[in-house]
Ligand binder design. Structure first.
Ligand code: NDP
Ligand code: HSE
Length: 440
């Protein structure tokens, strides 16, 4: 059989990882795919840069449009990242009848609806396993392995950079900025690390997961996004003392009112398996009505773990090159005409438990004032912990864990508490999820 010729756009961390894995495992890969996968051309901005992968037989060009217009190339692998020129390149590749593999979650979350519609029209595949949780085959697991289930909710640690930072802050008492630099050096962080630390990258991935889990269009703009840049070491340590770990979680959940789509730092009981996922590792909990809770764990970033997913997509594409376009696995798991436009719940309507840290004057009656406000708004307290005052300070940290309540009630409670003359600083609030297997 003739080899399938592919072109790679971008030879950075993931691009070079992909070239290396394809070269090293060439024989195994062609035994699986049924044909040899040959990289005919690759593009990068700087042609003089030394590449960390074997370049024999690959024509390196500077202009990525040369690759998407090359008539010999059947599959284009987009590993540039970001919105543009990635979007334009992918749409042109599709218009030229080429299949596309991408690791670009920003692109899929933001422009996936347009890209899949174009691919559908042209009868080509767009595969994006590497876009969510790096090397973990979570897209395939949800789209195919769990296809018999009604998915109820998913909760994932889906940003390796944040998980690495939170783990180092907890274990080594390290500073946020120093750990971020280390994550960038290791190649986990995005070109713009605000995407990682402000939760945007996780929201991109969550948007994709929610679409394939619930059969809804991609709705990135409606996701609630809060990152870890404002978390203090103090809160991470107090949470630990109370038996919880702080993780940046992406949560997608069906409710009667709509779909919850939210990314934020979350306290999780330390006995949960997912609370013990450390470093740059990722994990996704998926609750299906038939299978119950399942958890998928592995490397969420890095050159070869991500390449593992890119190459798996390439094998899938090559296997289906001759299949009837109408008999392929649909891009978003559900048939395009069977997607339903469920509303996304505004964060004010979402119910969670909370961790609150207040700085209260150390005098009688203060806690009574605070608990009165909580009671008036129907907020039940799970536990209260008062810490010793720091030397020279007249206020004490008070930690309150609450039961589940709507976010709008908590917003009102915090506003009222902050107005009390006995409360000295802004109230720190972190959402808390027990992630019980029977959570619906
Ligand atoms: P890198 O920044 O390491 O590599 C990007 C590559 O694209 C480089 O080769 C660069 O050229 C080229 N490039 C950048 N901008 C342009 C442009 N405007 N036009 C043409 N070429 C350009 O990125 P990564 O490999 O880390 O990421 C690639 C994709 O994979 C992204 O979508 C990312 O989100 C995703 N991803 C990354 C993971 C990771 O662990 N790094 C994990 C999962 C997904 P040059 O080398 O000459 O500068
Ligand atoms: N910047 C991303 C992360 C890369 O840290 O998880 C993997 O998508």
């Amino acid at each position: 059989m003739k080899p399938v010729k592919i072109g790679i756009l971008g030879l950075g961390t993931v691009g070079c990882g992909t070239v290396s894995v394809l070269a090293r495992n060439a024989l195994e890969i062609s035994r699986r795919a049924g044909r040899e996968i040959r990289i005919a051309q690759a593009s990068a901005r700087d042609l003089r840069k030394k590449r960390a992968c074997p370049m024999e037989g690959i024509q390196l060009v500077q202009d990525p449009y040369e690759v998407v217009r090359n008539p010999e190339i059947e599959v284009v692998v987009e590993l540039i990242g970001g919105y543009e020129p990635a979007r334009e390149l992918v749409l042109e590749a599709i218009a030229n009848g080429k299949h596309v593999v991408t690791a670009n979650k920003a692109l899929i979350a933001m422009y996936g609806n347009e890209i899949f519609a174009a691919a559908q029209k042209k009868g080509v595949m767009v595969a994006f396993e590497a876009a969510v949780a790096g090397g973990i085959p979570i897209i395939k697991a949800v789209r195919e392995g769990l296809a018999g289930n009604r998915i109820e909710w998913m909760a994932g640690i889906i940003n390796g950079t944040c998980n690495f930072i939170l783990t180092e802050m907890r274990d080594k008492g390290a500073d946020f900025a120093d750990v971020l630099k280390e994550a960038q050096r290791l190649g986990y962080a995005e070109t713009d690390p605000t995407f990682d630390v402000e939760g945007i990258d996780a929201a991109h991935k969550l948007t994709i997961l929610a679409a394939i889990a619930f059969g809804i269009p991609l709705k990135f703009k409606q996701a609630y996004t809060e990152g870890i840049s404002k978390l203090t070491r103090l809160d991470v340590q107090y949470a630990e003392k109370l038996g919880y770990r702080v993780k940046l979680l992406g949560i997608a959940r069906r409710t009667n009112g709509g779909v919850e789509l939210r990314v934020h730092p979350t306290l999780i009981p330390e006995r949960r398996l997912i609370a013990n996922v450390d470093g740059a590792m990722n994990a996704v909990l998926v609750k299906g009505d038939a299978v119950g809770p399942t958890m998928f764990y592995g490397a969420g970033a890095g050159a070869e773990p991500t390449a593992s997913a890119v190459v798996a997509d390439l094998v899938d594409v090559v296997r289906t090159l001759t299949a009837d376009p109408n008999n392929r696995v649909p891009h978003l798991a559900f048939q395009p005409d069977a997607l339903v436009d469920l509303p996304i719940l505004p964060i004010e309507e979402v119910e969670t438990s909370y961790y609150l840290r207040l700085h209260a004057l150390d005098k009688p009656g203060v806690l009574a004032e605070v608990t009165r406000i909580l009671a008036d708004l129907g907020i039940s307290i799970e536990s209260i912990l008062q810490k010793e005052p720091q030397a020279g300070e007249d206020s004490v940290p008070v930690i309150i864990l609450t039961q589940r309540v709507k976010e709008k009630n908590m917003n009102e409670a915090i506003a009222r508490i902050e107005k009390l003359s006995s409360i000295k600083a802004k109230v720190a609030r972190i959402r808390l999820e027990h992630l019980n297997p029977d959570w619906k």
